[in-house]
Design a protein around this ligand. Structure first.
Ligand SMILES: Nc1ncnc2c1ncn2[C@@H]1O[C@H](COP(=O)(O)OP(=O)(O)O)[C@@H](O)[C@H]1O
Ligand SMILES: [Mg+2]
Length: 287
């Protein structure tokens, strides 16, 4: 995917956008709207057509009934909050994204065109990493609410009735989740990196049963030893991500989590989990 000139040259930020961005120019056709969910690391904007926003706000007449269809993003626009010291650091970050793409593949991540801009809004020149990313529609897969196999059924039941079609959708999602786990584990063993699976909304399950990691700028080092690595925000995201991986295997794929599995033996030991909990507590206290 390449960024279209339309978006790059003509986009503008609407209403509640954080501030005017010098690297985005005005457009009548596209509107940037702050996404209703956002994380600690990125500013996320929906790129919508002005036409869709008009329909959403003014409504459309459907057989005499006034409807207000939600404007669906054409793309997501991500601005990383990280303050990079220089181009080298940014290139390193982009390399991590390429790594994720290589191991998980476009089927399992929301693909992004990463680019660097010179942000002058603060009065100085600041180098900022942005991404123009595929929009993924679907439900957040919340690892902390996953209990047993009914979870997936309930997730899809909003759109589809009980029956063979629902059954096959659940099976398809399970197959995709199994493949996601497999690829993530390859990335761990081959490269010593794990994507952040812990953040709320980082994983999205589409209505078609695909699983996509949307938080693509957040992969962390993993060491298979006693040390608990904390990220730049002080969060033990590596350990929590391994825990999420194990939850996917246990609760969704109904696998026995073997204690002879080296990854889980190290990361899920009760003693280590206690230390991780303490770090998590400290992190939330400092928020
Ligand atoms: N490409 C996308 N498609 C759909 N939703 C997205 C996309 N990117 C981010 N989001 C949503 O926006 C929220 C914040 O995004 P995230 O990438 O996790 O930000 P952060 O890096 O700050 O954690 C999440 O809830 C996520 O589901
Ligand atoms: Mg996130």
């Amino acid at each position: 995917m390449t960024m279209t000139n339309d978006i790059r040259d003509q986009a503008y930020l609407s209403g509640n956008a954080v501030q005017k961005l010098n690297f985005v120019s005005n457009s009548d056709r596209y509107i940037f709207r702050k996404h209703y969910r956002s994380g600690l690391r990125s500013h996320i904007f929906e790129i919508l057509t002005a036409e869709d926003v008009l329909k959403e706000t003014q409504g459309v007449d459907m057989d005499g009934i006034q409807l207000f269809p939600r404007a669906k993003p054409k793309k997501m626009f991500r601005i990383l909050r990280n303050k990079f010291k220089g181009k080298e650091e940014i290139f390193h970050e982009i390399k991590k994204y390429r790594l994720l793409l290589k191991f998980l593949g476009p089927e399992f991540i929301a693909e992004s065109d990463e680019f660097i801009v010179d942000y002058t809004g603060t009065g100085t020149n600041q180098i900022v990493l942005c991404g123009l990313q595929e929009y993924v529609e679907g439900e957040m897969l919340d690892p902390w609410r996953l209990f047993g196999e009914t979870y997936l059924r309930n997730l899809f039941k909003f759109n589809i009735q009980e029956g063979p079609q629902l059954q096959s959708l659940v099976r398809k999602a399970q197959k995709n989740i199994a493949e996601f786990v497999k690829r993530t584990r390859h990335m761990i063993t081959d490269m010593g990196y794990i994507p952040d699976l812990a953040g709320i909304g980082n994983l999205i399950l589409t209505p078609g049963g695909a699983l996509k990691l949307v938080d693509i700028n957040n992969i962390v080092k993993i060491e298979l030893d006693d040390s608990i690595l904390i990220d730049d925000k002080g969060y033990p995201s590596c350990d929590i991500s391994v825990e999420v991986l194990s939850i996917l295997e246990r609760e969704i794929l109904q696998k026995d989590i073997h204690t002879d599995d080296p990854l889980y033996r190290i990361f899920l030991s009760p003693e280590r989990k206690k230390r991780v909990k303490a770090l998590e507590k400290k992190f939330y206290k400092n928020l």
